[in-house]
Ligand binder design. Structure first.
Ligand code: AMP
Ligand code: ZN
Length: 487
């Protein structure tokens, strides 16, 4: 069995053995959301994919510092970096709110979605506005090294100059000439010297809401700068993994690498990992294309393209049934198939505790465990892992039906394998189990209340009844006892 973990590195365009710089520590930086609107289901796919990676590395025993930022300033409408209005400022003006009210609202919403999908919180979640000083310092260094220039209060990165000694297209694999040919020509109004130059610091117009003083005047940082500054601060000049959606490769990550290389001569990460897009009818799900929908719409089924709603864990399972490097097309039939598959897995898990061990075994579990690890070690191949877990479910069902014998040692291995891979690594939860437990909990509380009544402790019995009423359960006393119902 191959015990080594291999990861696909966008930088080298091949799968490479994962060798951390400073084991057992592993540093990961993933570009987080721009909190100007609700995170859609496509965004969730990217964070579910990195959650799988975070969970697996942690399971392998690495001490992972996972940094995932919140972009709360500087991301302009033109995603290339320096055109249009700041997305958050624009929304704030439209809604007549403080930009930080927008930021707060969508940060809270983002966290709620992450929780619904059982995505673990990162170790550090830094914000762009919390690191303005670090960003200004970084601009100073890049200027001092001669890779940037100032024009009327704004500072731009000089891509052509940089490319004379370094490779601007190192991540995308494209050469400068091609990139030049695919970029619009500069207009007379443009302050930039070169077509591919991008803003490090942008002079704020008087009406701009989020701005800070700097050596170049009042302004705000360019979007790409924050990730260079914050990854450097929390993970150092060079760390293990940098990640994000594949759409970030040509501009955001390309510029991030250029900034770091210009400042300290180092590409920030050894491995660049990129997740592929969630698509709808083959098109990238995105807010601007108008084909995006929100996780809550999917949970409730409240969207024209959906036949019905699906639970958060069904959606997570659906996402994990695809490899993170493949596109995944959203569709009702695919969701229904995932719902069936997820139920099958969960049903097997509910049987497992009741299985009886025999003296002899007709099945050895170790080869199955080896295959589960082999799948994950092959660039976090969750669909192959899930196929193995279905195999484990078949074994569980056969033992349960008395068609197969398993001894105590193998039964224990089977139980552990299922728990580790399904819950710890894939991060799934048995939603049914949680619901099944609720009646038991309510019966228990009703009994407590009845005991209180028998003891003439009416204050306690009223408190229990009123408390349950407040959270949506009504108690009715009748001659046979007490019934509870959902209000
Ligand atoms: P944004 O908030 O637009 O900066 O996006 C946050 C993250 O979601 C980035 O890493 C994007 O690459 C990723 N992303 C955006 N759209 C999709 C999609 N349709 N499928 C998967 N990931 C996406
Ligand atoms: Zn970033």
């Amino acid at each position: 069995m191959n015990q080594d973990l291999f990861v696909y590195n966008t930088l080298t365009r091949k799968k490479e053995k994962f060798i951390p710089l400073n084991p057992p520590h592993v540093g990961i930086y993933v570009c987080g959301p721009t909190v100007y609107s609700d995170a859609h289901l496509g965004n969730s796919r990217t964070y579910i994919s990195f959650d799988l990676i975070f969970r697996y590395l942690s399971h392998l025993g690495y001490k992972v510092r996972y940094v995932r930022n919140i972009t709360d300033a500087g991301h302009l409408e033109g995603d290339a970096g320096d055109e249009g209005e700041d997305k958050i400022s624009k929304k704030a003006k439209l809604a007549q709110l403080e930009p930080m009210e927008i930021v707060q609202k969508y940060t809270v919403g983002f966290h709620d979605v992450m929780k619904a999908f059982n995505i673990l919180p990162p170790s550090i979640e830094p914000t762009a506005t919390g690191h303005i000083i670090e960003q200004i310092e970084l601009v100073k260094v890049i200027l001092a090294k001669g890779y940037a220039y100032e024009v009327d209060g704004s500072v731009y990165f000089d891509v052509e100059k940089y490319n004379q000694t370094k490779d601007y297209g190192v991540l995308s694999g494209r050469n400068l000439e091609d990139m030049m040919n695919n970029t619009r020509t500069l207009g007379g109004q443009d302050e930039k010297r070169g077509k591919l130059d991008f803003a490090l610091w942008i002079k704020a117009k008087p009406e701009h809401l989020m701005k800070w003083p700097s050596p170049w005047g009042v302004g705000f940082p360019g979007w790409h700068l924050e990730c260079s500054a914050m990854s450097n601060k929390y993970l150092g000049e060079h760390f293990d993994i940098h990640g994000g959606g594949i759409d970030l490769v040509p501009t955001h990550h390309t510029n991030e690498i250029a900034q770091n290389m210009a400042a300290c001569g180092k590409n920030p990460a050894t491995y660049w990992i990129h997740t592929n897009m969630l698509t709808v009818n083959g098109q990238k799900m995105s807010k601007s294309l108008g084909n995006s929908f929100l996780p809550y719409e999917l949970f409730s089924g409240n969207n024209a393209i959906l036949n019905k709603g699906y639970s958060p864990m069904t959606v997570r399972f659906f996402m994990l049934q695809a490899n993170y490097r493949s596109t995944l097309d959203f569709g009702n039939e695919a969701m229904e198939a995932s719902e069936k598959g997820f139920k099958r897995l969960m049903n097997a898990l509910t049987l497992i505790d009741g299985l009886k061990a025999s003296a002899a075994t007709e099945i050895e579990i170790q080869p199955l465990i080896d295959r589960c690890y082999a799948a994950m070690n092959d660039d976090f191949n969750s669909p192959v892992l899930i196929a193995e877990l279905f195999e484990a479910s078949r074994i569980i069902n056969s033992v349960h039906d008395g068609k197969m014998k398993i001894d105590a040692v193998n039964l224990e291995l089977l139980k552990n394998t299922m728990t580790i891979f399904v819950f710890d690594i894939l991060g799934l939860k048995n939603e049914q189990a949680a619901n099944d437990d609720l009646p038991k909990v309510l019966d228990f509380i009703v009994n407590l209340r009845n005991e209180a009544k028998i003891n003439h402790d009416y204050a306690a019995s009223d408190k229990i009844r009123n408390g349950l009423q407040e959270i949506g359960f009504q108690l009715k006393d009748n001659k046979d006892g007490t019934n509870w119902s959902k209000i």
